[in-house]
Design a protein around this ligand. Structure first.
Ligand code: NAD
Length: 321
């Protein structure tokens, strides 16, 4: 079995490799070649932790496995560890033998940023110039860095409930040589692309905050009850997702579907656009919305890519198992 420790991931994995892995697995999901297993998420009654598994099988890429992990809210304060902890396990689909164990913390941020980037690549207008960020936490910086590579953006605008976090975005914009402006939510009308990545449980971005032709990637809502945008915005937009079953149950679409504003059948897998079986954006005025819920196959895809890179560079630790 091969081990790729968390400490090696930063030097091995690139945004390009994460993008390619996620785009490919989204396409495989839409073609029916890959599927996710039902998600397990449990409050374990110890350290207030939420622990669970996300797994799946990609028959085309021969990737089988799961990501195990979750959220330990006391880690940082008590132990100086980050609160989100995860590990990916890959198995040989021919034999069931464990193939690899891979640190999953940085990979989670990279695969989540790759998902919104894939949506921008395939759904945003080609002439998009202004990118708007709703959220300025840990994931937001990864999201922005990856998104800036998808279009010729000339300005970053941002809103966050906690304005003291906005310098996180300003720093990423500056790295890319772009100006940053803090705006109120009405100011988001200037954006051609918006990414929302917060831990909100109530709508922040309303339909009137979004201009025609905008592409929105809703990335924060990955649990029942969470919400970042108004259901009316989903009713106004053409809605895409990584996986429809997750979108209507734990994704942003859960609220619009529950209110009867859109139906499950109105939501298209992004992979269908990648595969060319759905045209994607149809006009310059259309609002497109990607509901990025985060699927296990994304984790497996980036983990498999990083194992290949680690083997290539002689970094993978081999153990007899
Ligand atoms: P973080 O704690 O670093 O940042 C949280 C962000 O949410 C900050 O911008 C904060 O100001 C904002 N926020 C907190 N409470 C809020 C509220 N009540 N209303 C509005 N904004 C609020 O967290 P993070 O690691 O950046 O994660 C952000 C979100 O992304 C989380 O909800 C997380 O579960 C989700 N996430 C989704 C995926 C996916 O695949 N879709 C993957 C990883 C994380």
């Amino acid at each position: 079995m091969l081990i790729v420790p968390e400490r090696e991931i930063a030097d091995l994995m690139t945004r390009e490799a994460a993008f390619a892995a996620v785009e490919k697995v989204f396409a495989a999901m839409a073609a029916g070649d890959a599927y996710n297993f039902p998600v397990v998420r449990e409050a374990i009654g110890h350290e207030d932790a939420l622990y669970g598994f996300k797994g799946g099988f990609d028959r085309s890429g021969l990737t089988l496995g799961l990501k195990a992990g979750g959220y330990w809210p006391n880690n940082l304060e008590k132990r100086g560890l980050i609160n989100h902890q995860s590990t990916v396990f890959l198995f040989d689909p021919d034999t069931g033998k464990a193939r690899a164990m891979v640190g999953g913390n940085l990979l989670t941020a990279l695969r989540t940023a790759a998902a919104s980037s894939v949506s921008i690549r395939h759904l945003a207008r080609d002439d998009a110039k202004v990118i708007g960020m709703v959220g300025a936490g840990h994931q937001a910086t990864f999201q922005l860095r990856a998104a800036l590579e998808q279009r010729d953006f000339d300005k970053v605008i941002g809103w966050n409930l906690h304005p003291e976090m906005l310098p996180n975005l300003e720093k990423v914009a500056a790295e890319a040589g772009l100006p940053f402006e803090a705006v109120n939510l009405e100011g988001m009308r200037a954006a051609d692309v918006i990414i929302s990545i917060t831990s909100s449980f109530a709508p922040i971005l309303m339909a009137e905050h979004v201009s025609p032709g905008c592409h929105i990637a809703c990335m924060g809502t990955d649990t029942k009850g969470k919400q970042e945008v108004s259901p009316a915005l989903l009713a106004k937009a053409t809605v895409f997702t990584d996986e429809v079953a997750q979108s209507v149950s734990i994704g942003e679409a859960q609220h619009a579907v529950a209110q009867g504003l859109i139906a499950e059948g109105d939501i298209t897998q992004l992979g269908a656009v990648i595969n060319g079986t759905h045209p994607g954006r149809r006009s310059a005025d259309e609002i497109t919305l990607f509901d990025g819920t985060g699927v296990g196959l994304q984790d497996l895809a980036v983990a498999a890519a990083v194992v290949d890179l680690a083997v290539e560079k002689g970094i993978a630790i081999e153990v007899d198992f």
